[in-house]
Every structure is written in C-alpha cells, then in structure tokens.
Design a protein around this ligand. Structure first.
Ligand SMILES: [Zn+2]
Length: 76
C-alpha cells in the first residue's frame, strides 16, 4: 500500500500495546520489559533496540504482531 512497512508500522500503535511473536507466541509486554535483553519495564515495543529479537526463538521484530490493547476483551 505504501512505501514503508515493518518497524514504521509500530509507531502508530499505542505505547502500551503488547506484541506477540508470530513464531513461538511469546508475548512482549511493555509493562514488564524483557529480562533477556535487559529492557526495563515501561519500554514500548517501538522503543526496543533495532536489533532486538524474540528472547525465545530469535525471531526479528517484524515477526511480532499486535496482541491487543489489554482492555479486558470478552468479545471476539
Ligand atoms: Zn518467538
């Protein structure tokens, strides 16, 4: 659709968005951070280092998908 994709897409998501690895379903939660990469709690997915990868399966950031806004859900 547009000339850019990948990381640029993440910038429009809410900073508290949780992201799920499309390979192993590991969830990155900004409220928790990432012990493996020594990412402090409160770090948005969009603010992760460019070379950040899934701590479980080493998938690149581009493999992660938006999991939801954490509003409780119930419908779907
Ligand atoms: Zn993974």
């Amino acid at each position: 659709m547009t000339a850019f994709d990948g990381d640029e897409t993440a910038r429009q998501w809410p900073r508290d968005s949780r992201m799920e690895c499309g390979i192993c379903w590991t969830v990155y939660d900004p409220a928790v951070g990432d012990d493996v990469w020594q990412i402090p709690a409160g770090t948005a997915f969009a603010d992760l280092p460019e070379d950040w990868r899934c701590p479980t399966c080493d998938a690149p950031r581009s493999k992660f998908m938006l999991l939801g806004t954490g509003d409780g859900g119930g419908r779907g």
